[in-house]
Ligand binder design. Sequence first.
Ligand code: FAD
Length: 427
Amino acid sequence: CKLREEVDDCECKIESIDKLNNYQVHPRINTIVQKDYFRFIKLNLNKICQFWTDDARCSLKDCHVKSCNQDDLPASFRNIINQQDENDKKDNNKNKKVVQAQAENCEQSNPLGHINSSLSDESIKAFEDMKKYDDAQDNFCEPDDETHAQAEYLDLVLNPERFTGYKAPHAHKIWNSIYRENCFENTDRIAYGPEKNTCLEKRFFYRLVSGLHTSINVHLSARFLHKGLLDQADVWGPNPEEFKKRFDPETTNGLGPQWLKNLYFIYLVELRALAKVAPYLEKETFYAGRSQVEDEEAKFAVLDLLKTIKNFQYHFNETRLFRGNPIEAKTLKEEFQTKFRNITRIMDCVGCDKCRLWGKVQTLALGTSLKILFSGKISSDNANSKNSFQLTRTEIVALFNGFARLSNSIAEIENFRELLSRSTTET
Ligand code: FAD
């Protein structure tokens, strides 16, 4: 794990990121994701896989996702649920009334009134559709429909990302389709590093996906299941051998260190996105409604983190991407967006629910970062965001949790370095 060089395509040394992250960012982001506003996320884990039909869901015990007891949810989310139920009821009643009124209108041969009202409904709908279309242009993800009956609030603290036992062939099928079908590289080898002469955007894409893959595999090595012997209980903790096997140059054809560097790369990208969207986030309230103190602490913790990262945001410069010939740049960006959206859809094919949950959160975090960096709606000097720029609560929660995962992975790597050097000294 001799990572002492610069992160490719960034102007930053690994050592300085370690220092910044482990002493300043990690404790702060960890506090944030424990807060009510950030620990609950509404997702649909039951969406149908759009890519293949043998969508096997594994029955591994550690893949299970614990549902939230509705009474344990903070007030604001319970209100939303109740409000939604109410709205559904109202909508149903409204629909019934509309149908009834239409029938009556027909009977009374009064089509004009009917046409007038449906015209105004239509124009409202057209306006809403236009807005949705406009927002969707900025999106790098296909968001879950939060009003879907199967979407539910999940507690991320109650369901930590850790070793689940999800493995080949199913897990490989997912990673394969992410790399092979969605990356720009024309290759049938999964462990492929992008060629030196590929364009910056393509290297960027590969590095993000690989960095995410690294983060997931660091976590499963750091929260590994050590089976208790005889009547001893199972214990969750770091497994240095597992980490070594996954990242050592000898066991990875020399690629492991590059994969680790890709984690640092994606970290700098998301850090830059958070700093860029800071003026927007500074105006947000992080209201969950369990207690006023909790909500104020959440706001304070966010402001504190944003202040901390402000000075470190220029190690990644997004304005270097999608430049040059405007038509080519636009086409490349659209291709990039389509491919990334596909990755978010592939998450619905992950066979282990726990991995699917964290896969969705982390791809949504990355997609949200890309939206912040490339929508063109926030000026590059962060001065102000145009009014039209918007993030949903789910995007904000995913953004912070995804960044927290990357930050945690970097801290875990430091821990593995120590554990492995200690075991070498002992032998
Ligand atoms: P894999 O990690 O499956 O990798 C396959 C091949 O890809 C490797 O042989 C290597 O050649 C190449 N490769 C590996 N790492 C990289 C990299 N960083 N960059 C580029 N190429 C690489 N398991 C859990 O225990 N807990 C989880 O929470 C979890 N979440 C997951 C979420 C998703 C979305 C997916 C797809 C899988 C998840 N898994 C999780 C499974 C885990 O990532 C591995 O797939 C599994 O442990 C099998 O590992 P493996 O050694 O066969 O190699």
